[in-house]
Design a protein around this ligand. Structure first.
Ligand code: HEC
Length: 172
């Protein structure tokens, strides 16, 4: 089963890995987070779940660059649909995933580690997942190296908060 996923995704994945490899060359000048141990699904602990407008009001997301967020998201779109009613592809459909439990997209065949994990998708969890998917949830099937730069992740997360969330979140 895993093989089939890989084969279907391999052309895309190779293109993406090249992209990612190119982007990671200038990493050394960007070491402000180096001292903190990277979060993982196992060390997330209690999370505060806010509404999407409240997340977007947080400083790092409020001053994010939507153009760069959109550019970063093109990589995700190789494997994920983002729009409402979008299909599962190589990866699960992502519309409405903020605030949802991991592995919660119906009809998608998750890996056992993702199916058995238990946490809510917050921007904090997503940031750690995208920084290093293999460290965050070892054994997962997302063949993706990660988004190296913190600023790129902030821009991308702000963009995803805007585009993958139902609009009527203000109620109540
Ligand atoms: C090469 C294909 C591929 C790329 C590129 C990719 N993903 Fe994934 N993604 C997957 C697969 C496959 C899974 C399911 C993994 C599993 O079951 O272990 C997944 C799972 C996820 C999940 C968990 C969803 C849930 O329902 O719990 C999130 C969130 C996610 N990806 C976000 C992203 C974002 C954001 C990007 C872009 C930066 C991205 N992915 C790029 C293939 C990909």
């Amino acid at each position: 089963m895993e093989l089939k996923h890989l084969l279907r995704g391999s052309t895309l994945a190779i293109g993406i890995m090249l992209l990612v490899a190119c982007g990671s060359g200038s990493e050394d000048s960007n070491s402000d987070d180096e001292s903190k141990p990277l979060l993982s699904a196992a060390t997330l602990g209690e999370q505060t779940v806010l509404t999407v407008p409240d997340y977007l009001a947080q400083e790092k997301y409020a001053r994010a660059n939507p153009k760069n967020g959109n550019r970063q998201a093109q990589i995700c779109k190789a494997c994920h649909s983002l729009e409402e009613g979008g299909p599962n592809m190589i990866g699960p459909a992502l519309f409405g995933f903020f605030g949802r439990n991991v592995g919660g997209q119906s009809g998608f065949n998750y890996s056992p580690v993702m199916r058995n994990a238990n946490f809510v998708w917050t921007p904090r969890a997503l940031d750690a997942w995208l920084a290093q998917p293999g460290h965050f949830l070892p054994g997962n099937r997302m063949t993706f190296a990660g988004v190296m730069r913190q600023q790129d992740r902030d821009d991308l997360i702000a963009y995803l908060l805007e585009t993958t969330s139902p609009v009527d979140t203000e109620q109540d």
